[in-house]
Design a protein around this ligand. Structure first.
Ligand code: GRF
Length: 190
């Protein structure tokens, strides 16, 4: 059974989608680690419901940076646990060399835009401001850049008249929760 680690910073709806797919038997894998860098984030509660203890990732007091030592410690831990694939699910820190070196082409991310359009924060707001007529989400391999790694799959949604940033984000997230488990299965070859 392939082993997945999930890293998040927020509500954990993508973590839940992956856990739901496993529970439903549509994804053959096992989540063996959930980590979050933000104390009290909702992902802790969601993980708990699946009997998955969520670990607080110690980022040494840094607000945005993912310190090299913290990455190295996490990489070593996940390696020792036998993790096959790391899924970033709303994780808000840039992953760098310590993790990338240990898990080459084995770290995925989901981003709420049709990359390469709108990398970075609040992609759905940028789509609305730009007057885009469609948006969506992208699952990609993680490299050292911000949302720049090789694209694996995308799902499109329309931007409709009267959309707000919030309504568009909700529509995108519905697609994220379908796409991510599918792509995880594809990458794991299950
Ligand atoms: C998702 O919209 C994802 O695309 C972005 O962060 C959000 C995380 O949501 N990277 P959740 O924590 O999985 O609910």
């Amino acid at each position: 059974m392939k082993k997945i680690a999930i890293l998040g910073s927020g509500s954990g709806s993508n973590m839940q989608a992956i856990a739901d797919a496993i529970a439903a038997g549509s994804l053959e894998a096992e989540i063996i680690y959930v980590g979050c860098d933000i104390e009290g984030a909702y992902i802790f509660e969601r993980a708990e419901k699946f009997g998955l203890p969520c670990e607080l990732i110690d980022c040494h007091g840094f607000k945005q940076k993912f310190p090299q030592e913290a990455q190295a410690a996490l990489a070593q831990k996940l390696k020792n646990m036998g993790v096959d694939l790391i899924c970033l699910a709303g994780f808000m820190r840039l992953v760098g060399q310590p993790l990338l070196d240990h898990f080459p082409n084995r770290i995925l991310n989901i981003h709420p835009s049709l990359l390469p359009a709108y990398p970075g924060l609040h992609a759905w707001e940028q789509a609305i401001t730009d007057g885009a007529t469609e948006s969506g989400c992208t699952v990609h391999y993680v490299d050292a850049g911000m949302d720049t790694g090789e694209i694996i799959a995308q799902a499109k949604v329309p931007v409709v008249i009267g959309d707000t940033a919030k309504s568009l984000h909700t529509r995108i997230q519905e697609e994220e929760r379908k796409l991510y488990p599918l792509v995880v299965g594809q990458v794991l070859g299950s």
